[in-house]
Design a protein around this ligand. Structure first.
Ligand code: PAN
Ligand code: ZN
Length: 183
């Protein structure tokens, strides 16, 4: 493949010349928030976008790196902040790097009975070791959370595992801030 570069357009919160764009709406998040009834209500009323992903395709072969921009909208479902679905990598030998560009968030990480919650603010560069499940939460009431990620092209995604072994912590509104609760 040929070398290439992309531009992060911070004003519009997109990665220009992306080849793949995904939008996860409330309707795509069935079973991910604690209050499923509240999620269904939002789906029927407005079906808001929860997060967007802009990705550049590369060959899914050893040595290549995938990278993308994720933008999580501000919002909540019955007080539980908008977040990504979260996943483990199918290939448990694959780590990942997240670089926060904009907003205010938390990165939830877990591996078996170990849990880590990292602050995720602009300029934070988080290292997600191989084997750790990862989910990002936007804890701002008004701003998007935007971050860039890089990971091996052969990682794959395991979303089902986060359903069988759900994230142990949820991030909910607490007055003007947030609190962490056990799920
Ligand atoms: C990220 C995520 C992205 C969206 O690029 O895929 O932020 O989150 P979900 O995949 O959990 O919906 C990454 O971790 N890639 O491996
Ligand atoms: Zn990942």
């Amino acid at each position: 493949m040929e070398p290439f570069s992309t531009i992060y357009d911070s004003e519009n919160e997109i990665l220009t010349n992306y080849t793949l764009h995904e939008e996860k709406k409330i309707s795509d998040m069935k079973g991910y928030f604690i209050n499923e009834e509240a999620r269904e209500k939002i789906e029927k009323e407005e079906n808001k976008v929860v997060y967007k992903v802009y990705k550049q395709d590369v060959p899914l072969i050893e040595g290549e790196l995938l990278h993308c921009l994720t933008c999580i909208q501000p919002g909540n479902v019955d007080g539980q902040f908008f977040m990504t679905k979260g996943h483990y990598h199918l290939n448990e030998k694959c780590a990942e790097i997240y670089h926060c560009l904009k907003g205010d968030g938390l990165l939830l990480l877990q591996k078996e009975d170990q849990i880590k919650i990292l602050e995720f603010k602009p300029n934070a560069i988080a290292y997600i070791p191989a084997g750790w499940g990862h989910r990002t939460v936007n804890i701002s009431f008004t701003k998007s959370l935007v971050f860039f990620s890089v990971w091996p092209a052969q990682s794959g995604y395991d979303y089902e595992r986060t359903m069988k072994e759900p994230f142990q912590s949820s991030i909910v509104k607490d007055k003007e801030s947030y609190k962490i609760i056990r799920r």
